[in-house]
Design a binder for this molecule. Sequence first.
Ligand SMILES: [Mg+2]
Length: 371
Amino acid sequence: MSETTGAPIQGLSARAYRIPTDRPEADGTFAWNSTTLVFVTVEAGDQSGIGYTYADACAASLVGTVLAAAIRQKNSFDIPACWNAMQRAVRNIGRSGVAACAISAVDTALWDLKARCFDVPLAQLLGAARTEVPVYGSGGFTTYTDEQLREQLSGWVEHNGCRAVKMKIGSEPERDPRRVLAAKAAIGGACELFVDANGAFSVKQALRFIRRCREAEIRWFEEPVSSDDAAGLGRLRDLLPGATEVAAGEYIYTLDDARTLLSAEAVDVLQADVTRCGGITGMMRIGALCEAHHIDLSGHCAPSLHRHVACALPRVRHLEWFHDHVRIEQMLFDGAPLASDGVIRPDPGRPGHGLTLKERDAERFAIPAGE
Ligand SMILES: [Mg+2]
């Protein structure tokens, strides 16, 4: 392939891996004991690119059938054309949810391929605004004992230099004040405490929670109510103490989802997930929307994939150093970042995302096609 013109896309394939969690996990509205990663490879000329999403395994069959047919023979560098073709192809399936996750994985693979053709890190291809991006530790599942909670959260402060950490709340609201105060005591005064209710509360329940936990000085309240309730988020933004920011956006699948939250003035900080929102292409567009609304952006989960695009977007405040995904990305990929001094950064010596699948390590987690 010419490194400056691209080549026709010849291959697009996907595999799904199911990785058990290290302990049972739950948040305010869901419980799980495994995480599925759908891994995508795109080939054009003599180059290939990789991408992935955390989604149900059925996303893999969507990639190999509908999306492969939509972009086959298109020029690998014409990523907006591929993106539009994929969006059109899923019109009757539904653009959100699984389809958006599948498209995101393909889009990130196309960007990886393009950066590999130029032999540069993706952040350099996109145009970097910075060389590193802050991360906050994230986990603190409601299934944890107080001791496990304290150990995990303080570990991110002591070992990774995180200046903020996030815990889950909402599955047993009566336990939450004790858990939150235990967490605050464990991380120390210099580290900010974030909480995520995953939409478990009503507006009044969320206000009651904050009142009961005043001493914990919670700085970030994520999805206190369902992110479908933009008006409720906006009311809480007005009613919560000034230092407590409202965040939401992890279920943004289209640019319109982002516009809805921003134009409703629902959040102090918008979140978006490159593995759901349309990939690097979607994230760059959401970054521009945030600029226009003077709202910061925070990357949700999948830190290895977010780090390059985060360096290209001036409005990105930080990324989520999510326990499950950090663990999986270390297990499955050579080149996955390690957080130190509270930041991660692209590796200037590795092109594209800088990631290579550890095929042999991944194989034992492979889900047979059709399962
Ligand atoms: Mg969340």
